[in-house]
Design a protein around this ligand. Structure first.
Ligand SMILES: Nc1ncnc2c1ncn2[C@@H]1O[C@H](COP(=O)(O)OP(=O)(O)O)[C@@H](O)[C@H]1O
Ligand SMILES: [Mg+2]
Length: 388
């Protein structure tokens, strides 16, 4: 073979090798493109999954609760006749309360959160979570809730006789029918409410301090059984700066324990004080603060306290609506409990368990007397007065 043909063979080999290398490179590059493309698609779809999870996770967390129903805003709108005015049954610190009917025919009370409060979704869920875990016959049950981006609603069992205060004295802008409660009924309400607070303080861990115990948060069913309400909501207002909900932070005027008002120091004994004020309302039928009354009578606790431990004087503070229909012995006992609850020194106030223990025998006695005389528990005078 001459030099010329050798060079030609070498050139062909080089060209061939170059072609093979280029083809291999092209194949490798295409394969690389194919793989990266596939990875990109997989990553994209995984990202989608993550996103889905993030959206649905908070809902899952709450709806996993025992027995709580999750409603859409539409469902609750149709339950309340489009949140119509005629279905409004009350107006509290958190907004309007509506009467409603669920699909299964159950009557419920629906609380619509005031949007001006700008309640954080997470905070709302914490409250729902708390309320869903706390169950007692003496606490108002939460049935469900609606929590979408713009609407926060809570659905409670319906209490046919509304708030206790509506039965003790007429409330302005309340639609409730004012009926006077007899002594037996008042004693039973006092015991039920005491059991509600006892549950929060002693059967829940960590204890729940109500912070806003008052007669409008003692609700009455059709048989005048009492349940304590708003024990979870009391915390909701705590983050709000200023505004009308500041009453939530410090409770409601006339019910707030002096040490809580002055130092902000909150214990279960602050609730005991507020409970004492409600006992005074049950005894006297008076509003906790009423500056239209003569000098010295405006603040219920200050007016009543010196009279509570005097057997003669205590009869003079009793609600005239009772028309003397009570056992003086029982009145003296209840007045003594009230006096201990509202004393300024928090440490000397009783525990709610002590209050329950003191009231149980009184209600038991009532039961014995009732069954002997076949007496039916009811308000004394069915003389309905429409509150203005
Ligand atoms: N579950 C319920 N059943 C019937 N009536 C209710 C219920 N919850 C609240 N109400 C009525 O709505 C009123 C306002 O309630 P709420 O918003 O808790 O206000 P407040 O700050 O006075 O406690 C109550 O006084 C009561 O008449
Ligand atoms: Mg309330």
């Amino acid at each position: 073979m001459d030099d010329g043909s050798q060079n030609r063979i070498a050139l062909v080999i080089i060209v061939l090798l170059a072609c093979v290398s280029i083809t291999a490179l092209l194949i490798a590059f295409s394969y690389y493109c194919y793989i990266t493309n596939k990875l990109a698609i997989r990553l994209k779809s995984n990202k989608g999954d993550d996103y889905e999870d993030q959206v649905s996770l908070p809902d899952l967390r709450v709806s996993a609760d025992k027995g709580l129903q999750v409603f859409t805003f539409k469902q609750l709108q149709s339950a309340t006749g489009g949140l119509g005015k005629s279905n409004v049954i009350g107006h509290g610190g958190f907004g309007l309360v509506y009467r409603g009917y669920l699909n299964d025919g159950r009557k419920v009370a629906i609380k619509l959160m005031d949007q001006s409060g700008k309640q954080g979704e997470e905070e709302f869920k914490v409250e729902v979570d708390l309320l869903s875990r706390i169950r007692s016959p003496y606490l108002l049950a939460l049935i469900g809730y609606c929590s979408d981006r713009n609407h926060k609603l809570l659905v409670y069992e319906f209490m046919a006789n509304g708030g206790l205060q509506e039965h003790l004295y007429p409330i302005s802008n309340s639609k409730a029918v004012y009926s006077k409660l007899d002594w037996d009924t008042r004693l039973r309400i006092a015991l039920d409410a005491a059991k509600g607070l006892e549950y929060l303080h002693e059967h829940v861990s960590p204890p729940v301090i109500h912070r806003d115990f008052k007669s409008s948060n003692v609700l009455l069913d059709k048989n005048f059984n009492a349940k304590v309400s708003d024990f979870g909501l009391a915390k909701l207002g705590s983050e709000k700066a200023g505004g009308h909900v500041s009453t939530r932070v410090l409770g409601t005027q006339g019910y707030v324990a002096p040490e809580y008002a002055s130092t902000g120091h909150l214990t279960t004994k602050s609730d005991v004080y507020s409970y004492g004020v409600v006992l005074l309302e049950l005894l006297t039928g008076r509003v906790p603060v009423d500056m239209k009354r003569p000098t010295g009578e405006g603040v219920l606790v200050s007016w009543a306290l010196p009279r509570l431990t005097d057997r003669e004087k205590v009869m003079s503070i009793m609600d005239p609506a009772l028309e003397g229909q009570y056992s003086p012995k029982e009145v003296v006992q209840v007045a003594a409990i009230a006096a201990m609850c509202v004393q300024p020194e928090a440490d000397y106030r009783p525990l709610m368990a002590d209050v329950v223990q003191s009231l149980v025998p009184l209600v038991k006695q009532q039961k014995l007397v009732s069954s002997k005389s076949d007496h039916i528990r009811s308000p004394v005078a069915q003389d309905p007065v429409k509150a203005s």
